[in-house]
Ligand binder design. Structure first.
Ligand code: PMT
Length: 221
């Protein structure tokens, strides 16, 4: 069904978690496995696109025929994403679970155990999705939204605020779906429409998503 629908298109996808170092041996991160983003990269490849996958640290094999660019921190992910977008990009999809904050200071040596409590100051990370969407000549930009409540409202707010063409909302409060599982269920929103996909395998969801995205790209062309 995906046969050629993204032929000739250049696609950049972010996937996985980021890691924000506290010291040489510790970091802040989250439970993203990268599975959703990797499945989407494979579906876009199968649809005929040239795909660059900017990936945080995951334990998945690099998909054949997809260019994987590994990164660690949110700042690395921003740099690699902007570089990939600048090389030419028709479609950007942000599936990564980027850490919103990073430790203000990265200790040069391992933090030693001393007092009973330890306070860590965090600073905001750049928003990769909003940065790409706000650039002149931005690609068709699709975001994900991981929410635990009021999924539709928060997701459509995010779409408007970040200037996105579509948003894929994930209710991550449902056990067995979303973060670090093989299955997912999402609601996709775009100006004037919405679609429910799943529960299903992340591969099946990725296939439907690529079909929906390509349809909306053609409409806005
Ligand atoms: O990796 P898996 O285990 O397969 O799990 C998939 C998933 C649940 C991680 C994925 O489906 C998902 O929902 N990804 C988005 C997770 C997220 O961080 O959502 P958010 O609502 O915090 O962010 C909103 C959007 O902004 C996302 O597209 C995110 O990639 C992007 N973002 C957020 C913060 C930031 N600093 N930069 C960003 O680009």
């Amino acid at each position: 069904a995906l046969e050629g629908i993204l032929r000739g298109r250049r696609v950049v996808i972010t996937a996985g978690p980021t890691r924000e170092p506290l010291d040489p041996v510790r970091y802040l991160s989250n439970h993203s496995s990268g599975k959703m983003g990797y499945a989407l990269a494979e579906a876009a490849r199968d649809a005929g696109a040239r795909v660059v996958l900017v990936s945080g640290p995951v334990s998945l094999a690099p998909p054949a025929g997809v260019e994987v660019r590994p990164v660690v921190t949110a700042e690395d992910m921003l740099g690699a994403t902007l570089a990939a977008v600048d090389e030419g990009c028709d479609l950007f999809v942000a599936t990564a679970a980027v850490a919103d904050y990073r430790p203000q200071n990265r200790a040069g040596d391992k933090i030693k155990k001393s007092s009973e409590t330890l306070t860590v100051s965090l600073v905001r990370n750049p928003d990769i999705l909003a940065t790409v969407a706000a650039r002149p000549g931005a690609p068709f930009t699709v975001g994900f939204a991981a929410e635990t409540r009021d999924v539709a409202r928060y997701a459509t707010d995010k779409m408007a605020r970040k200037n996105l063409r579509m948003i894929v909302a994930n209710d991550v409060s449902v056990p067995g779906l979303g973060f670090n599982s093989d299955r997912n269920a999402v609601t996709v929103f775009w100006p004037g429409g919405q679609a429910q996909i799943g529960p299903d395998s992340k591969q099946a969801i990725a296939t439907r998503l690529v079909a929906l995205i390509s349809e909306q790209m053609d409409k806005s062309a």
